[in-house]
Design a protein around this ligand. Structure first.
Ligand SMILES: C[S@@+](CC[C@H](N)C(=O)[O-])C[C@H]1O[C@@H](n2cnc3c(N)ncnc32)[C@H](O)[C@@H]1O
Length: 255
């Protein structure tokens, strides 16, 4: 999507920030402690790709890192800018961005890369991240593999509060390999306002991710299945895999 297209996350940002951002960030901290935080030098400049409402960016800034966030939803970015006034937040497409200054590391979490459903988009995102990293810089991210779109995806939930209500339905179409989350929200302003959002995801296989990373020039690629390798269970962990991949320390002509 281009930065000028409206993102489905725009009308969903308040809901995301209220219900999803904090629990996921709390849950994934052990993975980031192991794969990212322990490796970073003080004051490092970090790209938070698909930064959403800035929950991780806020933690990075609190740990003293310099943050640049990219997301395709202006409304999600409004929350991020409020949480991290010292951060730099840009509206852009993960599959087509360049940074003026390179970063020491990049991170992209909460199955954001599964949102890149257009053919070739994940490969382009890896190329953009590779180009944005300094030599020897690492990219840490998670993806949902096909297992994630099983039992817990195919569920529904609803909640009714005094000033808002929502209905959420998930589903997976095996033929098109598309996971869908449909959310209908009602919010009370002067009158009740309704908005409907449909989010789509595509599962990514471990081998597919590894070969796309290699094709983009990454080396030192490691994968960690959340439950088995990181001891991170519960519904977030099912079928979720974290990756760590680095750019070479050598100049391209030395390789
Ligand atoms: C599940 S949220 C994760 C947000 C954040 N990383 C977190 O951990 O809370 C997915 C995010 O990806 C963003 N996104 C989806 N497609 C994108 C694209 N093509 N380029 C940039 N951001 C995108 C959405 O706007 C949304 O903020």
């Amino acid at each position: 999507m281009t930065p000028h297209e409206k993102s489905p996350y725009d009308s969903f940002a308040w809901f995301y920030d209220r219900y999803w951002a904090v629990p996921f960030q709390e849950w994934q901290r052990p993975a980031l402690d192991k794969l990212l935080f322990s490796e970073l030098k003080p004051g490092a400049r970090i790209l938070d790709l698909c930064c959403g409402t800035g929950q991780l960016s806020e933690e990075l800034a609190a740990r003293g890192f310099d943050v640049v966030g990219i997301d395709s939803s202006e409304e999600m970015l409004c929350f991020a800018r409020r949480k991290v006034p010292c951060g730099e937040f840009l509206c852009g497409d993960a599959a087509d961005f360049t940074l003026e200054r390179p970063v020491d590391a990049a991170v992209c979490t909460f199955d954001s890369l599964n949102h890149l459903v257009l053919p070739g988009a994940v490969a382009l995102a890896f190329q953009s991240v590779h180009a944005a990293l300094k030599r020897g810089g690492c990219f840490v991210f998670d993806v949902n593999t096909p297992t994630a779109y099983g039992r817990h995806w195919d569920q529904s939930a609803c909640q009714v509060s005094d000033d808002h209500a929502f209905f959420l339905r998930g589903g997976f179409d095996a033929e098109t390999r598309t996971g869908t989350t449909m959310i209908t929200m009602f919010r009370l302003f002067d009158t009740w306002q309704r908005s409907d959002v449909e989010l789509q995801q595509r599962p990514l296989e471990i081998g597919e991710v590894e070969s796309l990373l290699r094709a983009a020039g990454f080396a030192g690629i490691s994968s960690y299945r959340a439950p088995e390798d990181l001891g991170m269970n519960d519904h977030y962990g099912e079928g979720r895999v974290y990756f760590r991949a680095c750019t070479s320390l050598k100049e391209p002509d030395e390789l």
